[in-house]
Design a protein around this ligand. Structure first.
Ligand SMILES: [Zn+2]
Ligand SMILES: [Zn+2]
Length: 340
């Protein structure tokens, strides 16, 4: 499989638009669009951010300091065993979140049932059901990566974060600061994942490292960490762990961020565009076409024009949060091929 397998069947209109992107003024257009997206985001946040976080903060307080009490209990129970507490929060809990969500998805992938879930499949004719031998091999690699790479890395990060500050302090961060930390971790992840991922697509590196992850042109949830060990360190782990290290985050925020990161990468690989979940179309398209959509949020793809072809597709039209029960490949169907 070549890196640019998607270019072979580009139609004229798409080619013209890609040329436009790369040609004179293409970068300026991208910068203007990125500024527009970031600008409108900031404006919305300024308009609704305060009242939204105020309501959430009230909810937070109304829960009777539930979380702080829970944390105090844990903190006292583990007193003097910070390393064990840190491992529980940054390894065991996120791993549990990963396997619970993937366990449910695997039941659907392996049986091809129930149909009320499989009707949301993005690449309709794929993994129906999934090839057991291919799945077994993927599961072995995923377990290897979790036990022999993520595990030791988390231990190393404990020492790094303890040297930098106290990740297991008695007081939880405030609600607003926690929210701010999650947003900043998201930005760090986007930047580090986009560029490291794009680097792994360089022909000199691709065939040795990243090709393994792309064996799945129609991905399923567990494929999110089916990768070469070096890629797992540089592209999966580092972008996720750098945010909390840079911010000197509390274990509670770090743990929540790791859980969110693992569940979100599972959703973006799961192959089903389910109602009320973030749209997985972006990364699913990356697995289908290889040379588009390298990021997580898509901001840097817009900036660098690496979503130009994606934006001409049906998948892009479907790249929204589904708020009804009708699958998007029914409400936005493929255009029937012209009979010559
Ligand atoms: Zn992927
Ligand atoms: Zn890739």
């Amino acid at each position: 499989m070549t890196v640019d397998s998607g270019t072979g069947n580009m139609n004229g209109a798409v080619k013209a638009s890609v040329r436009g992107q790369e040609g004179h003024g293409g970068l300026w257009e991208s910068v203007k669009k990125a500024a527009f997206i970031i600008g409108s985001g900031l404006l919305l946040l300024a308009a609704f951010g305060n009242s939204l976080t105020w309501h959430l903060q009230r909810f937070w307080g109304a829960s009777g300091d539930f979380w702080q009490n829970l944390w105090t209990k844990l903190y006292l129970k583990f007193e003097g065993h910070d390393a064990a507490l840190f491992f529980l929060g940054t390894m065991l809990l996120p791993t549990l979140a990963f396997w619970v969500s993937n366990g449910l998805l695997l039941l659907v992938d392996m049986t091809g049932k129930p149909s009320f879930i499989t009707r949301y499949r993005i690449q309709v004719d794929k993994n129906n059901p999934v090839d057991p031998a291919k799945l077994r091999h993927a599961l072995q690699t995923v377990l290897f990566n979790q036990v022999f790479i993520s595990g030791p890395m988390v231990v190393g990060i404990y020492y790094l974060m303890t040297w930098r500050g106290n990740p297991c302090g008695p007081e939880l961060p405030t609600f607003h600061w926690g929210l701010m930390e999650l947003a900043m971790c998201g930005i760090v992840e986007e930047i580090m994942f986009y560029y490291s991922h794009r680097l792994f697509h360089h022909p000199a590196l691709y065939k040795h490292f990243h090709k393994q992850h792309h064996e799945w042109t129609a991905p399923i949830g567990v494929v999110s960490i089916y990768a070469h060990p070096l890629e797992h360190v540089l592209s999966n782990m580092l972008p996720a762990v750098m945010g909390p290290v840079l911010l000197g985050s509390h274990l509670a925020t770090t743990s929540l961020w790791y859980c969110l990161a693992l569940v979100s990468t599972t959703v973006s690989h799961c192959g089903y565009h389910l109602p009320l979940l973030p749209s997985p179309e972006f990364h699913d398209y990356h697995h289908l076409k290889f040379n588009q959509c390298y990021g997580v949020l898509g901001v840097l793809d817009r900036l660098h024009g690496t979503d130009a072809k994606f934006r001409q597709t049906k998948q892009y039209q479907r790249h929204i949060m589904l708020t009804s029960l009708t699958p998007l490949n029914e409400s936005i169907p493929e255009t029937p091929k012209k009979v010559q």
